[in-house]
Design a protein around this ligand. Structure first.
Ligand code: ATP
Ligand code: MG
Length: 554
C-alpha cells in the first residue's frame, strides 16, 4: 500500500490511542469476523479497512475469523471467496485463518461451566412459547417452567442434546440472566441449539451449535482480541458479550465498540437479499458487475486502491447514514483518470470512408496518457475505412455541436482532420456510410491556412478494428433505498444492463481482464474476467467519465 494513503482518524482510533497511552494495552489486536454465508460486499470493505487498517497502522495484528455457527447457511465456496476478496483488497491476516468452529470443544466446556454455576439451563419451551414468554419492550418476560432445573438434570439433558438424542427444536440451552431486563438480548438468550447439519469444517462431529452471541465474545477472548469492532445493531448485544466473559473462566476481556454500517444508495447490502438476487437469477452470479459485492466491483473494474480510498473518505462514525453512489464512483474515477491508459473504442459504429486515402494502413503513434509520457504510446492503424460513433455525426447542426457535420470538418483523435462530403442511407433512412476526405497536412498540427477545427472525435479502423461486446451498467434498482421497498425485487431496474456491439482498436485484443482503460470520451472500461477472450472480446464499463448520477432527478 502506498505512502500516499495517509492515516485516517476516527473515534475508534482515538480509543486505541488512549488505551495505548494509558498502558491498558501495549499492542492492538483486531479481527474481521465474516459469516461464510455469502460473498463480501462494499459494506464489509468498510469493516475490513477499519480492522486491518488499524492493525497495519499500529503494528498490531488482525485475524480473519470465520464466524461459522450456522452450518445450514454456510458453504466452503463462501470461505474461499472471502479469503480471496480480503487479499485482493490488499490485506493479510495474522497467522492462520481462524474459525469459530475451531473452538467448539472449548465453547462446549464453557457452556458446562455456566450450567455448573447455575447460570444456564436446558429449556423445553417450543419456539412459539419462547417468543411469548420473552415479553415485549414494555412488558417483562415470564420465567420458563424449566428455568429452575437442577444442575445435574441440566448436565444430563445437555449431554443428550450433544449426543443426538434430542430432536431439533425440542430443547435448547439458555443463559439464566434476567427475564425482565430492558435489553431483550438479556432475557435468557439461547446459547446452544440442536441442528442435525453437516458443517463445512467439523463435518458431522456436532449436532449442537453455539449461538452467535455466546460464540463471538469467547472467540474474541481466546484469540486475545483487544478491540472487537462491530456494527451498531450489536450495541445491545454488548451487555451479553460482557456477561458471558464475566461469568466464565477466561483471562482476556476484549471490549466491543460499535460503528455505523455502510448503506449505499440504489443498492442492497443484506446478504439474504443479495443471495436472493443470485439464486433467482435476477443477476448473473455474486460477481455480476452490477452487484455491490467486492467480486462484482472487481469484475466491473474497480481497483483495490479505489475501494480503500472510498472507505477512507466515508470515515467511521456512530451516525447512521446513506452514501451516494456518486461518492464511490468518484473514487474509481480519480484513480483511473490518473492511471488508466487511453484507448479508442466505438460503441455504436457507423462507417466512414476516406475517399482520398489509398493504399495500406498508416500506423499512427498515439500517446497512452495525455499528461503521462512515461506511460508510453501505441500504434493505431489509420485506414481508408473507419468507424465513428453514430451520435458523433449529424447532417445538420448548430455551432454547439462540435462533432462531424455534413460539409464540415472535425479532428479524429490522434490523427487527421476529416471533412464529411456526402452520405449514403439504407431504405429505412439510416445512415450507412459517411464519405469523407482527409487533410493529410493535419497530423499533429492545425490546418496550414488557419482554418479552425474545434471538435475532436474518437474512431477505430474498420479494417483492423476488432468487434467487441460492450456492457454498460446502470444502477441495479430504481429507488434510492430498495431495502425499504415491500418487495425489493419489484424495484430492480430493468435497464441496469445495456449490451452494445462495438469495435475496439486492435491493441485491445491483448487487454488483461480487470485492467482498466479509458475509452476516449466514453468512460473507463475493462475486459470481463469471465466472458472475454481473444476470440470474443467483452468489455465492462466501470464508470462514465463524468458524474451523471448527481444530475438525475427522481
Ligand atoms: P447480513 O446481516 O447481511 O448477513 P452481516 O453483517 O451479518 O450481514 P457478517 O458476515 O456477519 O455479515 O459481517 C462481517 C463483519 O462485517 C461484521 O463485523 C459486520 O459488522 C461487518 N459488516 C457487515 N455489513 C456491513 C456494512 N454494511 N457496513 C459496515 N460493516 C459491515
Ligand atoms: Mg452477521
Amino acid at each position: 500500500m502506498s505512502e500516499s494513503e495517509a492515516r485516517p482518524t476516527n473515534f475508534i482510533r482515538q480509543i486505541i490511542d488512549a488505551d495505548l497511552a494509558s498502558g491498558k494495552h501495549t499492542s492492538v489486536h483486531t479481527r474481521f469476523p465474516p459469516e461464510p454465508n455469502g460473498y463480501l460486499h462494499i459494506g464489509h470493505a468498510k469493516s475490513i479497512c477499519l480492522n486491518f487498517g488499524i492493525a497495519q497502522d499500529y503494528q498490531g495484528q488482525c485475524n480473519l475469523r470465520f464466524d461459522d455457527t450456522n452450518p445450514e447457511k454456510e458453504d466452503i465456496e463462501y470461505v474461499e471467496s472471502i479469503k480471496n476478496d480480503v487479499n485482493w483488497l490488499g490485506f493479510e491476516w495474522s497467522g492462520e485463518i481462524c474459525y469459530s468452529s475451531n473452538y467448539f470443544d472449548k465453547l462446549y466446556g464453557f457452556a458446562i461451566e455456566l450450567i455448573n454455576k447455575g447460570l444456564a439451563y436446558v429449556d423445553e419451551l417450543s419456539p412459539e412459547q419462547m417468543r411469548e414468554y420473552r415479553g415485549t419492550l414494555t412488558e417483562a418476560g415470564k420465567h420458563s417452567p424449566y428455568r429452575d432445573r437442577s444442575v445435574e438434570e441440566n448436565l444430563e439433558l445437555f449431554e443428550k442434546m450433544k449426543n443426538g438424542e434430542v430432536e431439533e427444536g425440542k430443547m435448547c440451552l439458555r443463559a439464566k440472566i434476567d427475564m425482565s431486563s430492558p435489553f431483550m438480548v438479556m432475557r435468557d438468550p439461547v446459547i446452544y441449539r440442536v441442528r442435525f447439519a453437516t458443517h463445512h469444517q467439523t463435518g458431522d462431529k456436532w449436532c449442537i451449535y453455539p449461538m452467535y452471541d455466546f460464540t463471538h465474545c469467547i472467540s474474541d477472548a481466546l484469540e486475545g482480541i483487544t478491540h472487537s469492532i462491530c456494527t451498531l445493531e450489536f450495541m445491545d448485544n454488548r451487555r451479553l458479550y460482557d456477561w458471558v466473559l464475566d461469568n466464565i473462566t477466561i483471562d482476556c476481556q476484549p471490549r466491543q465498540y460499535e460503528f455505523s454500517r455502510l448503506n449505499l444508495e440504489y443498492t442492497v447490502m443484506s446478504k439474504r437479499k443479495l443471495n436472493q438476487l443470485v439464486t433467482e437469477n435476477l443477476v448473473n452470479g455474486w460477481d455480476d458487475p452490477r452487484m455491490p459485492t467486492i467480486s462484482g466491483l472487481r469484475r466491473r473494474g474497480f481497483t483495490p486502491a479505489s475501494i480503500r480510498e472510498f472507505c477512507k473518505r466515508i470515515g467511521v462514525t456512530k451516525q447512521d447514514n446513506t452514501i451516494e453512489m456518486s461518492s464511490l464512483e468518484s473514487c474509481i474515477r480519480d484513480d483511473l483518470n490518473e492511471n488508466a491508459p487511453r484507448a479508442m473504442a466505438v460503441l455504436d459504429p457507423v462507417k466512414v470512408v476516406i475517399e482520398n486515402f489509398d493504399g495500406d494502413a498508416e500506423m499512427l503513434d498515439v500517446a497512452n496518457h495525455p499528461n503521462k509520457p512515461e506511460m508510453g504510446s501505441r500504434q493505431v492503424p489509420f485506414t481508408r475505412e473507419l468507424y465513428i460513433e453514430c451520435e458523433d455525426f449529424r447532417e445538420e447542426a448548430n455551432k454547439k455541436y462540435k462533432r462531424l457535420v455534413l460539409g464540415k470538418e472535425v479532428r479524429l483523435r490522434g490523427a487527421y482532420v476529416i471533412k464529411a462530403e456526402r452520405i449514403e442511407k439504407d431504405e429505412d433512412g439510416n445512415i450507412t456510410t459517411i464519405f469523407c476526405t482527409y487533410d493529410n497536412e493535419t497530423l499533429g498540427k492545425n490546418p496550414a491556412d488557419g482554418r479552425k477545427v474545434k471538435g475532436v472525435i474518437h474512431w477505430v479502423s474498420a479494417e483492423q478494428g476488432v468487434p467487441a461486446e460492450i456492457r454498460l451498467y446502470d444502477r441495479l434498482f430504481t429507488v434510492p433505498n430498495p431495502g425499504a421497498a415491500d418487495d425489493f425485487v419489484s424495484v430492480i431496474n430493468p435497464e441496469s444492463l445495456t449490451v452494445m456491439n462495438g469495435v475496439v482498436e486492435p491493441s485491445l485484443v491483448n487487454a488483461e481482464a480487470e485492467k482498466a482503460f479509458q475509452f476516449e470520451r466514453m468512460g473507463y472500461f475493462c475486459a470481463d474476467s469471465k466472458d472475454s477472450s481473444k476470440e470474443k472480446l467483452v468489455f465492462n464499463r466501470t464508470v462514465g467519465l463524468r458524474d451523471t448520477w448527481a444530475k438525475i432527478g427522481d
